[in-house]
Design a protein around this ligand. Structure first.
Ligand code: PLP
Length: 398
């Protein structure tokens, strides 16, 4: 008999997006004349930068000739991309990360989900609430104990190091769903916590490119001592529109070690073993496209993309404030975190926005208990839709 992994029965079923779709469809059926606008989109909508397309077209042609054909690539990614990342995302910002500490992947979801494979089942894992659900679900699948770190409005939704012990901590900054960011002092407190607990911080920086304020760290490795206690994850998804193209990377410093059964191993070596066993590399064509992001033209095109989304975020944020709502985020992040007015629950606000303004967002309760009473709006829609949605909300709620 084949037994299934019983941990899968402990996963909480997520009905979030299915329920949203149901309610929106029912509303559309009852109101066929109304144009529904979604500010709930968790995916980018602008097309890929031209420079990435050109690089991928050229790479496709290389595949068609015996002299330039590529078969299996290196498990950890091609040197041209790892070098470009180390220089473009770290060294040029004064952060000491070398190309051989970078592992190219098909995205940050697989990396943050798979990294647990190098950690034993006995680790206690601390995860923030509200949260990107991947962190919790992958640890439940692995049978690990998960402890929750509540993120409070009073603290700007920044997670504070808990009083309990944890071996692994997941942090996400800029944050999905709250749009909050961790500053240098807060990150330094986390590094101190990790050192005191011999813990590892798994730092999800998928939205790093949205940071505009000078004092906000782009990488946990800007914090002294982080190289011996942290792994960082990045993605080209929200940076350059690669959500469907697929490319990301993990940074595992060589000095980060893990211990078990009296033995100590570099995490770097364990992850290489993982990737070489379970992964055959990101497509050469895609890696060429990702490397183009680091060219001067690529930087310019990506900056324009991000500025465009951030302008949407500003329009949403300022419009909501003008309409009397209270909200945060939307400055160094594409997400606006709206406080439900008059004690409404997040699903009640969902219905109000839909019925009064034909606007769709995401109830905070879908991201954890602490998300109740809040609501996520995203800046990934078109400019026209964003402006219209905000005008409708202002009219309906002013
Ligand atoms: C979108 C997102 C990612 C990126 O996922 P990819 O697999 O790289 O597309 C990672 N973390 C968070 C919190 C996200 O919202």
């Amino acid at each position: 008999m084949a037994f299934f992994n019983e941990n899968y029965t402990k996963l909480s079923e997520s009905y979030l997006f299915a329920t949203i779709e149901q309610r929106v469809n029912a509303y559309k059926k009852a109101n066929p004349d109304k144009k529904v606008i979604s500010l709930g989109i968790g995916d980018v909508t602008r097309p890929l930068p031209q420079v990435c397309l050109n690089a991928m077209h050229a790479a496709v042609d290389e595949m068609g000739s015996a002299e330039t054909f590529r078969g299996y690539g290196p498990y950890e990614g091609y040197a041209f991309l790892r070098d470009a990342i180390a220089e473009g995302d770290f060294r040029s910002r004064g952060i000491d990360i070398s190309a051989d500490e970078i592992f190219v992947s098909d995205g940050a979801k697989s990396d943050t989900g798979n990294i647990g494979d190098i950690f034993g089942p006995e680790n206690v894992v601390a995860i923030t609430d509200p949260v990107y659900p991947v962190y919790i679900d992958t640890n439940v699948m692995a049978g690990r104990t998960v402890k929750i770190i509540p993120c409070e409005e009073a603290n700007g939704f920044a997670p504070l190091p808990p009083s309990f012990h944890a071996d692994i901590v997941y942090l996400c900054s800029p944050n999905n769903p709250t749009g909050s960011v961790l500053n240098k002092r807060q990150l330094a407190d986390w590094v101190t916590y990790a050192k005191a607990n011999h813990a590892v911080i798994l730092y999800d920086a998928a939205y790093e490119r949205f940071i505009t304020e000078d004092e906000i760290p782009h990488s946990i490795f800007e914090i002294e001592g982080a190289k011996s206690c942290a792994i960082e994850f990045r993605s080209f998804s929200k940076t350059a529109g690669f959500t469907g193209t697929r490319c990301g990377y993990a940074v595992i410093p060589k000095e980060l070690t893990l211990t078990a059964g009296g033995e100590t191993f570099p995490a770097h070596k364990l992850w290489l073993r993982h990737q070489s066993t379970k992964y055959n590399g990101t497509s050469y064509i895609i890696q060429r496209g990702a490397a183009a992001v680091f060219t001067p033209e690529g930087r310019k095109e990506v900056a324009e993309l991000i500025d465009d989304y951030l302008e949407n975020a500003r329009i949403i944020r300022e419009g909501l404030l003008a309409a009397g709502f209270s909200c945060s985020g939307g400055v160094n992040a594409p997400y606006i975190w709206l406080k439900c007015p008059q004690g409404l629950s997040s699903w009640e606000l969902f219905d109000e926005l839909l019925n009064k303004a034909s606007v769709v967002g995401t109830p905070g309760a879908g991201f954890g208990e602490k998300g109740e009473g809040f609501f996520r709006l995203t800046s990934f829609g078109s400019r026209g839709d964003t402006v219209e949605a905000v005008q409708r909300i202002e009219q309906a709620f002013k």
